[in-house]
Write a protein that binds this ligand. Structure first.
Ligand code: TXA
Ligand code: MG
Length: 332
C-alpha cells in the first residue's frame, strides 16, 4: 500500500463534503460513531471493501457491518427487514444495535459478509456519520457505509481520533474527529433464531432491553472460547488485545481482588484496573504506552451493560479467568 498523508479534521461542512467525495472515490475514511470510531468505505464497491480489509489487516473471513440511514435504506439494499426487525429498529435505531438480516438479492456484494447469505446492518447515532450517508445517497446514488472499528486488527477499538491516528496514520487520507465516543464499546450484534433473538456480541442494547420484545438467548461465545465455526465469525478471532497479559478476576470484594493481583504479579510492571465501558479500550492503550506487562481486571456482574464489559475483558484476557469464589469454596 502506498503511503498517504492522514489529516485529522473537525466535522464541519467542508470536511463532510470531502469525506463524501473520498468515499465515492473508493477511499477509506475514519468516522466517529456513538460506540467506537469506524473505518468507513462504500459498501457497494468491492474494491472499497477490499481496501478496508487491507488497511486494518483484517482476517478475510470476518464480515463487516453495513451502516445505513434508516430501515427503508436497508430494504432498498435487498435486506429482509421482517416485522420483528422493524419493531427493534423503531425502538433502537439510530443506536448501538446491529441486526444480522437475510439478503434477498446481491445489491450488497458478497465481499461484505465473506460470502454468507446474511448482512449485519445498523443505523449509527452520530450526526456526522448520518450526514455523510445522506449526502452520498442523493440523486439516485446510494452510499451505505461498511465500517468495522477503525483500529489495526488485533488492537483495542478506538474511542478517540488519536487512537485511530496511532493505528492508521499513513494508511488513510482522513480521520473526522468527533471527540470521545459516548458509549466506548461496540454495538450489540443480534441474529434471529426463528422468533428468538440471539445475542452474538453484547453491547449497550442489553439482553434485558431485548427481552421486552422476544425471548433472548446469549450465544455461548459471549462467555467462553468456542471451538469451530461460531455464528458470528468475528468472535473466533483474537480481539481487543492490549500488549500486556490480561488476567480477568471474579472476586466477591475489591480487597480479595487486590490481594490476588499483588500476590500474582511478576515484577513491577503490572497494573490493576477496574475500568468502565466508556474507558476500557482507552485504558488498554494507555497501559500499553506505559509498558505494562500484566494487567489484572476485576470482572463486573455479567448483566446489563456489565455483560458487554465482561465479554470484552474475558476476550482481552484470552479467556484466562480466575474465579476466586470457587477457590474460596475449596478452602484455598
Ligand atoms: O459499534 C460497532 O458495531 C462498530 C461501529 C463502527 O459501528 N463496528 C464494529 O465493527 O464493531 P466490527 O467489524 O469491528 O465488528 C463487526 C461484528 C463482528 O463480530 C462480525 O463477526 C459481526 O459483526 N458480523 C458482521 N456481519 C455478520 C454476519 N453476516 N453474521 C454474523 N455476524 C456478523
Ligand atoms: Mg472490531
Amino acid at each position: 500500500m502506498s503511503k498517504v498523508y492522514t489529516i485529522i479534521a473537525e466535522p464541519d461542512n467542508a470536511t463532510i463534503n470531502k469525506a463524501v467525495e473520498l468515499l465515492k472515490a473508493g477511499e477509506s475514511v475514519a468516522l466517529p460513531t456513538e460506540t467506537v470510531y469506524g473505518l468507513a468505505g462504500n459498501a457497494l464497491e468491492p474494491s472499497a471493501i477490499a481496501k478496508i480489509f487491507a488497511v486494518k489487516n483484517r482476517p478475510q473471513d470476518n464480515p463487516l457491518i453495513v451502516h445505513v440511514s434508516d430501515v427503508e435504506m436497508a430494504r432498498g439494499l435487498g435486506l429482509e427487514v421482517h416485522s420483528q426487525a422493524e419493531k427493534l429498529a423503531e425502538m433502537f435505531w439510530p443506536g448501538p444495535l446491529t441486526m444480522v438480516l437475510k439478503k434477498v438479492n446481491d445489491t450488497i456484494p458478497p465481499q461484505i459478509s465473506c460470502g454468507l447469505d446474511t448482512v449485519a446492518v445498523r443505523v449509527p447515532a452520530d450526526e456526522t456519520f448520518l450526514k455523510i450517508i445522506k449526502k452520498g445517497s442523493q440523486n439516485n446514488s446510494q452510499l451505505p457505509l461498511a465500517a468495522p472499528s477503525a483500529n489495526a486488527s488485533g488492537s483495542p477499538s478506538p474511542t478517540a481520533a488519536a487512537h485511530v491516528y496511532s493505528d492508521l496514520n499513513g494508511k488513510i487520507p482522513l480521520i473526522i474527529d468527533g471527540g470521545e465516543c459516548k458509549i466506548g464499546i461496540e454495538s450489540t450484534v443480534i441474529a434471529f433464531d426463528n422468533t428468538k433473538i440471539r445475542i452474538l456480541r453484547p453491547g449497550a442494547v442489553t439482553p434485558e432491553m431485548l427481552s421486552e420484545f422476544a425471548e433472548t438467548l446469549i450465544d455461548d461465545a459471549v462467555y467462553e472460547k468456542v471451538a469451530g465455526t461460531a455464528q458470528s465469525p468475528g468472535v473466533k478471532h483474537r480481539h481487543y488485545s492490549p500488549k500486556a497479559t490480561v488476567t480477568a478476576v471474579i472476586a466477591d470484594s475489591e480487597q480479595a481482588f487486590l490481594d490476588y493481583s499483588l500476590n500474582h504479579a511478576h515484577g513491577r510492571n503490572f497494573a490493576v484496573a477496574s475500568p468502565d465501558a466508556q474507558t476500557l479500550f482507552a485504558k488498554f492503550r494507555q497501559l500499553d504506552e506505559l509498558g505494562a506487562n500484566q494487567i489484572f481486571i476485576r470482572l463486573p456482574e455479567p448483566a446489563g451493560l456489565g455483560l458487554a464489559l465482561y465479554n470484552r475483558i474475558v476476550r482481552a484476557a484470552e479467556f484466562n479467568v480466575i474465579d476466586l469464589r470457587i477457590i474460596d469454596l475449596h478452602g484455598n
